[in-house]
Design a binder for this molecule. Sequence first.
Ligand code: M6R
Length: 619
Amino acid sequence: MNRISRLKKTVTSMCGIFAYVGTRNGIRLALDCLKKMEYRGYDSAGLAYIADGNLITHKAVGKLRNLEKMIDDQTAQCVIAHTRWATHGKVTTENAHPILDATQSVAVIHNGVIENFQQLRHELEREGITFRTETDTEVIANLIAILYKGDLLQAVQEMVPLIKGAWAIAVIHKNHPDECIVAKNSSPLVIGIGVGETFAASEPNALIHHTREVIYLSEGELARIKANSVELFDEARLPITKQTEQLKHSAEEMSKGDFAHYTLKEIYDQPQAVRNAMLSRFFEDYGTVAMDEISISAAALLAVKRVVIVACGTSLHAGLVAGYMLEEIARIPTSVEISSEFRYRNPIVEDGTLVLAISQSGETADTLAAVRELKAKGATIIAICNVQGSTLTRDADSTLFLRAGTEVGVCSTKAFTSQLTVLTLFTIMMARLRHMSKAEGQEFLSALKEIPEQIQQVLAIAPHIEKLADKYASANDFYFIGRRYMYPTCLEGALKLKEIAYINACGYAAGEMKHGPIALLNEKCPTFALCADTLTYDKVVSNVMESKARHSPVICLTFAGDTRLTKIADDIIEIPMTRDELAPITAAVACQLFAYYCAKKRGADIDQPRNLAKSVTVE
Ligand code: M6R
């Protein structure tokens, strides 16, 4: 293997992994725990166990329920199981995990990226190994099989330095029916310790119903798990000990109740989610905010000279809103960065730089990488996150939790509005530490307090929004336009429509339309104009007129009582009057409903849209 070198090509798979060694039926436990991680990937699912000295696998393309159908009364006490999201290697049964080596002795499940897999594969093929899948994981299985001399732990330890990339793996061998080797590098992995049983999973929430005692593996660490023991090793293969941690959060039942989809339920969760995000975090009497979770002194917060926000997707859009607020309200220079771009820059981190890393899941690989780079350069990190125990919360100096409850729908809804709520509170806190008066703080907070009720008012017009969706759902292209606080909001509105309704929706700064995109407007390409920003209202109305002049049908979202647009727009969605900084919250709810009903009309898989996964754990 000495000719193995780093390959540029990146293969990605991003998944949920689970392992069990104990005395209960691990197959049932695996299906139960995979269900809690299915949103990490749902292209295919599979499991493997050892019976009579042979490896048995069951794999099914599509949702987990397809795998469930293959299982009846099989039992096993040592099981590995996997739910897959793939971008390389087609969605086939062969490519579903667990992946076996050529001799059918080793089974591997894997979450992550083996960057040098092609090089390794060529090496192994030259040595006579025949590959049966297109996955990068197959090289891991074959390397372990070749290196195996009777000790599985040693074989995995010798394999690890040969692979490059970000990965978490669980490995079983047909000769070792009572042990599983798990290892990680950059992808998440947690070990759960029960009584006479041991688990491993990509996330603690998958285990919380079975154990609360966990060990988080750090980069390069490896463990041999058996029913009654966990042996830990560091990168240098030396035995180590680690403190177990207790999962403190409550086990949440994931149910969509009477709602047709989790996504709809989560849209309707928002008044309460926003209330939870505010709970005990502000004092109206003093017009100020206290965020006790931040272990940074008021003096240090006052010394902050610059804020850098890193995030992806919906969280990035929340960050963009915060960027406007922090500069305008707290007067702190703020840059908002796409994590996947930022991680490859060589950022300048000066004294007084505070980083806000926003991530619902706390597992987004690009955001984690950006945070590590910023940390290495000495920045202080505050995570804004929804998932307790996630990697981001362990990497950050402090975490502001969203308290939104589990967001199951892949399409982020309540996390966005909760992020905006927390970011608003953070802005007020930073502004009050500086120049904002008590009266200004009180005024802002009382407007924020109205938001849950105002979201309720937007939810009350769902039937109207559904009618509009019926009218517009057949469009193949859409432009969302807005200015200032409505600009990030229109990026978010467009993302929702793309993601769940599969409509090619483009969010654009309204003022930029005439610099190119306006060429695409016609009677088949509607404009969704977000006009709920008082400072730029007149300008956006001009942009709406420009769209109309190109025959684009126009939906205008505006504050209630706005009569000016009724004569111009084809359709109107009204949201309650609020401050410009807070309008993104209620406007987003209207956009979510619009996307939801368009998706429903188009018969899309709303909770688990094609090609997506909830946690993007690879770059
Ligand atoms: O967990 P994160 O907030 O870090 O996830 C970031 C994005 O992957 C996520 O917001 C994605 O864009 C959503 N599916 C959008 O609805």
